[in-house]
Ligand binder design. Structure first.
Ligand code: ADP
Length: 478
């Protein structure tokens, strides 16, 4: 029996229903869950922006302690509800149950972290060159922040935009992905019960049309977006002049495996980075750059490890790899892999001949890939990676930096010298030594370079840069 969930927008603390415009189904199991929701138009966006503008004033009037308490309450509620929300994420997006619950707990900790940051928004004061005068710097709210989020971390990414926005006194108009709106709705319910002024967070549903209407709206002061490169470019072009924009987009992330690497750990890093979460992490490993001195042994060990992975229903706690999130993702990945195969490349395992049911896609690995090939240049947001064979460290670094992206990069080596040189020469915002390219902490800055990111870092204390305006005041007592 299929359960149907019908969703509404949330504006100024009220549910706003509309005719169904999109649908999402459990991507792993037929007849389990069907979610439908409406699409926000420009008029509703304008209403939400007005509600958020009023909330900025109310948030300031309520004071920092009320805000800190509300964020802490959201954190506690998420933690207490991790089982229920985790199951919802697994059913809605196909993420494995363990990853889904872990993500809810991570979102809880993000709200908790920013509850504390609310009280720690310290400024600076220094002497002026003008005798008797002083200079003060404070970090003030930006105003109304638009958040546009993807489905691959359906609760953690919204949390790491909404929590710092609120902590520093902003109000939010948020559009979750149409693939993960029920998870968005569940987070909204918890935010609504937190005691924040109505309109502090407004949620608009819909697909690209709603996102476009939001990103080009009047009255928005800042836009924080996470998603694909193509959409990020559109958001940047839609934004009004003087709107602050923060974009976190994709990467074609590389993991270097040097000949001196611990083989078991290197295999674990590669398999985790390339195939866990079905490759649907922006920090996933797409390029495994292996020194010829270890390549044959390494590739064999990766093949053996992947053969042991349990692919299946994400609700089963034993499952290690679930499906892609939606039929359209599967069609996209199949088309991209088909294009690679059309060049004559044959996968070591997986590929179009390993067709699977529902939205499942078999882990796929190509060997002897060159940097100039599509696999070296374009992101495939699924469990697909290539082996790039090189001779020595310098060639590995050259391959690593061989495309326009720069989100995450890794190296497996026991050489301290090469680890240090890697950190210096790799062009990426996130650098991993003997760890997978994916998997980051919530209290440390996150972001990339080059075509992967635009604007200041997200997460941790660094998040304040985007969500505040520095005000410098000069004063002379008379
Ligand atoms: P994916 O769906 O692969 O995560 P997208 O970049 O398409 O990647 O989606 C990220 C978010 O951007 C989603 O919430 C999506 O609905 C939204 N979106 C899609 N197209 C646009 C657009 N033209 N303008 C603004 N937001 C958009």
């Amino acid at each position: 029996m299929t359960e149907t969930i019908t969703l509404s927008h949330h504006v100024a603390g009220r549910a706003v229903a509309g005719s169904a415009a999109f649908e999402q189904r459990n991507p792993a199991v037929a007849d389990d869950l069907r979610i439908e929701g409406p699409e926000a138009d420009a008029a509703l966006v304008a209403e939400a922006v007005t509600a958020a503008r009023a909330a900025v004033t109310a948030i300031e009037a309520a004071g920092i302690e009320a805000r800190a308490d509300a964020l802490a309450r959201i954190g506690r509620a998420l933690m207490a509800d991790a089982d229920r929300l985790g199951l919802l994420i697994a059913r809605e997006t196909g993420k494995t149950l363990g990853d889904s619950k872990g993500e809810v707990m991570r979102a809880a900790r993000i709200f908790d972290f920013f509850a504390g940051e609310t009280l720690r928004n310290v400024g600076e004061r220094f002497a002026s060159t003008r005798p008797g005068a002083t200079v003060e710097v404070e970090y003030a709210a930006v105003g109304v922040v638009a958040a546009i989020t993807p489905w691959n971390f359906p609760i953690a990414i919204p949390a790491w935009k909404i929590a710092p926005a609120l902590a520093f006194g902003n109000a939010v108009v948020w559009k979750p992905s149409e693939i993960s709106s029920a998870t968005g709705d569940a987070l909204m319910a918890i935010i609504a019960a937190s005691g924040l002024p109505a309109g502090s967070v407004n949620m608009l549903l819909g697909a690209g049309g709603a996102g476009k209407a939001l990103s080009e709206a009047d009255g928005i002061d800042a836009i924080s977006f996470t998603g694909s490169v193509a959409t990020g470019d559109r958001v940047r072009l839609s934004a009004r002049r003087n709107v602050r924009v923060q974009l976190e987009m994709g990467g074609v992330n590389g993991l270097i495996v040097l000949a001196d690497a611990d083989l078991d750990n290197a295999v674990d890093c590669a398999v985790n980075g390339a195939f866990f979460a079905a490759g649907q992490r922006c920090t996933a490993t797409s390029r495994i750059i292996v020194d010829n001195g270890i390549a044959d042994r390494f590739v064999e060990a990766v093949r053996a490890k992947v053969a042991t992975l349990k692919i299946g229903d994400p609700r089963d706690p034993a499952t290690q790899i679930g499906p892609l999130a939606a039929p359209r993702q599967k069609e996209l990945i199949a088309r991209q892999v088909g294009d690679v195969e059309a060049t004559g490349a044959r996968p070591l395992f997986g590929g179009s001949e390993a067709a699977m049911e529902q939205c499942f896609y078999a882990p796929t690995l190509f060997d002897h890939v060159a940097t100039s090939d599509a696999l070296g240049q374009e992101e495939i947001f699924g469990p697909v990676a290539g082996i790039f064979r090189v001779d020595g460290f310098d060639a590995a670094i050259e391959a690593l930096n061989g495309n326009r992206f720069g989100l995450s990069a890794g190296i497996c080596t026991r050489s301290l010298l090469h680890a240090e040189e890697f950190k210096r020469r790799a062009r990426a915002g996130m650098l991993m030594v003997n760890l997978p390219t994916a998997g980051v902490d919530y209290h440390a800055p996150f972001g990339g370079t080059a075509a992967s990111s635009l604007g200041p870092r997200e997460q941790g204390r660094a998040a304040r840069t985007f969500y505040t305006i520095m005000k410098t005041s000069y004063q002379k007592p008379l």
